[in-house]
Design a protein around this ligand. Structure first.
Ligand code: ATP
Ligand code: MG
Ligand code: MG
Length: 581
């Protein structure tokens, strides 16, 4: 194992640890405000991070970055990382997404358990605390119920250059706001009729501090709390509370939340001042999100691809979702390797897709067994080889891992080769089969091409060659004839039929959603095709097993459609980079 690259978040954690910044922290084994935590023991976790997905879609590569970062740092510094569902928005959230997220975090190789703690949390479990905190802010004069319409509130927020204007409800008595908040909770007011706002500063240069909304009314059923609540906290209010209740030490967000940090601190300070939250409080830090060329990662856009039938589903092998990447043949190790290699930075950039593929090649090269497959078959007849005869050949299962041994298959008179490995009239520098040329049939004999057979339309339907008997690989005569071409083959009498799905990039443009571009305009119409291939025979192919088909690339047996009897493969990546031009 190599030491992970040092980045600013590591430096920050190491400084905090050196200063004993979180040494006084207490943890009762369950999230809670000061009175719960006070009852706890000194926190056994040196740091606590969290991965807080909103269960409103499937995880994608961007989330993998956040998962690897948060769980990875917790592991490296012997701390805990919580998996927390940020389910404070009733309308778009579903249990189906919760289950998939749990699955995928495990699949990536991470666990939220720390010692005896389970550390799987739902923000919706804190609705009661959040509601109490809202009342506490009102009673301290830090929040008020505003009865302006959403449009009025927006209009009075001001702009970057213009200060905001105070709401006419801003100075209403705390008791009145408290009573109204209770009525809001009791369902006495319709959606949009009033909100709870923080009372901070309508003239603040940071627009996020101009009396941000804390609670809004939504008469909607929530996937966990049902109709128990009809008011829901805003994300920006809920998030710092979730972190504090769980005793998080380092809350890592993407850069777009940088301007929210003063509000994050404001909320926690106000409540800590009243002894409702225990110090030390969590701190928010920001890092640049992961952007990759040739893909989109916004959940909304991914949903459009699925809903519009542009892909076969969330787990379509062309999707940058983790379920899609898994089906495409990406391994957890390759995704972790990719995320580690990118490190963490403070400035936005777009990473080349080829780096993701390279991480997969680097992971699979030493792990994937080799086989030969012929994707576009044409018959090669060895005219001087006896009919009804065959002989064994052998090849390494993995040339980097001699200990895994050899594979064995048969050579015979009729073979399948790639159509592209024969040319009647060879272009320059073509070293494969053409009349008069000699090539090696990999792991078998050198053959000399003698010609071909064509159908009535002039299409080549069969290639003919003669083998040179003393040249078999692994025998003393193997090097007696020098050849420049080395081609793969499958014995026609012994090959196994296999369906192979060839995937290519889903978008033709490297930045399909940059600026005001509509990403749907850049969909690659040829991103998928299926071929019937011939596969070297061998042990049954298990679903989700990874293979290198020699000369062709890395392939995975499809985890949904492949069976040992009828193998179906997805091309995960070619052997060489086809992305950078
Ligand atoms: P999207 O914008 O795709 O809908 P999101 O940020 O709304 O994603 P959440 O479920 O709220 O999705 O995200 C969970 C965590 O994953 C957050 O902490 C967020 O910062 C992080 N995350 C999401 N996308 C990326 C990304 N591209 N790079 C790094 N982290 C990301
Ligand atoms: Mg979000
Ligand atoms: Mg988002």
């Amino acid at each position: 194992p190599t030491t992970p690259p040092k980045h600013f978040l590591r430096t920050l954690i190491e400084n905090d640890l050196a200063k004993g910044r979180h040494a006084q922290k207490r943890w009762a084994g369950r999230p809670g405000p000061a009175h719960v935590q006070q009852a706890g023991q000194p926190d056994p976790a040196r740091i606590r991070t969290r991965f807080p997905p909103e269960p409103n879609g499937y995880l994608h590569l961007g989330h993998a970055k956040s998962i690897c970062l948060n769980f990875g740092l917790a592991i490296d510094y012997q701390g805990a990382c919580h998996l927390r569902f940020d389910d404070t928005n009733p309308e778009k959230e579903e249990t189906e997404y919760v289950e998939s997220i749990i699955d995928m975090v495990h699949w990536l190789g991470f666990d939220w358990r720390f010692q005896t703690e389970e550390n799987l949390y739902y923000a919706s479990d804190y609705f009661g605390y959040m509601y109490e905190f809202a009342h506490a802010l009102i009673s301290m004069g830090h929040a008020y119920v505003d009865e302006q319409s959403p449009d009025e509130i927006r209009a009075m927020r001001g702009t970057l250059t213009e200060k905001g204007t105070n709401s006419p409800w801003r100075d209403r008595p705390a008791a009145e706001s408290a009573a109204l908040l209770e009525e809001m909770r009791d369902g006495k007011h319709p959606d949009g009729s009033m909100v709870l706002r923080a009372k901070i500063d309508m003239a603040s240069p940071n627009i996020n501090l101009r009396d941000p909304i804390l609670y809004r009314i939504r008469h909607a059923a929530h996937h966990r709390t049902g109709t128990q609540w009809c008011i829901y906290p805003m994300y920006t209010f809920a998030h710092p509370l979730e972190d504090a209740l769980e005793g998080i030490t380092h809350s890592f967000c993407t850069l777009e939340f940088e301007d929210q940090r003063p509000f994050y601190d404001w909320v926690l300070e106000r409540l800590a001042e009243q002894g409702l939250l225990l110090r030390p409080l969590p701190n928010q830090y920001e890092f640049a999100r992961l952007n990759l060329s040739y893909i989109v990662t916004s959940k909304r856009k991914l949903r459009e691809l699925v809903a519009g039938g542009h892909v076969a589903g969330w787990d379509d092998p062309r999707m940058p979702t983790l379920v899609g990447l898994r089906r495409r043949g990406y391994t957890p190790a390759s995704i972790r390797l990719f995320c580690d290699r990118q490190g963490v930075s403070k400035s936005d950039s777009r990473i080349d897709y080829s780096l993701l593929e390279q991480a997969l090649r680097d992971d699979l090269d030493a792990k994937a067994e080799r086989r030969v497959a012929v994707l576009d078959p044409i018959k090669l007849v060895i005219t001087n080889y006896p009919e009804d005869h065959s002989e064994p050949c052998q090849a390494p299962r993995n040339p980097h891992e001699p200990t895994v041994g050899e594979r064995h298959f048969l050579f015979s008179r009729e073979l399948w080769i790639e159509r592209d490995d024969f040319r009647e009239e060879p272009p320059k520098k073509y070293f494969r089969l053409f009349p008069g040329n000699t090539v090696r049939l990999k792991y078998a004999y050198v053959v000399r091409c003698t010609g071909c057979v064509k159908d009535a339309d002039g299409n080549v339907i069969e290639v003919h060659a003669e083998y040179l008997p003393d040249t078999k690989s692994g025998t003393p005569g193997a090097d007696s004839v020098k050849v420049k071409g080395n081609i793969t083959w499958v014995s026609a009498a012994h090959g196994v039929r296999a369906e192979v799905r060839l995937y290519d990039r889903l978008f033709l443009d490297a930045q399909p959603d940059a600026g005001d571009k509509n990403f749907l305009d850049y969909i690659n119409p040829d991103s998928f095709r299926t071929v019937q291939a011939w596969l070297e025979p061998g042990a049954p192919v298990q679903p989700e097993s990874h293979w290198q088909f020699e000369r062709l690339g890395y392939f995975v047996a499809d985890r949904v459609d492949s069976t040992p009897e009828h193998p179906v493969f997805n091309r995960s990546a070619t052997l060489r980079d086809s992305w950078t031009k």
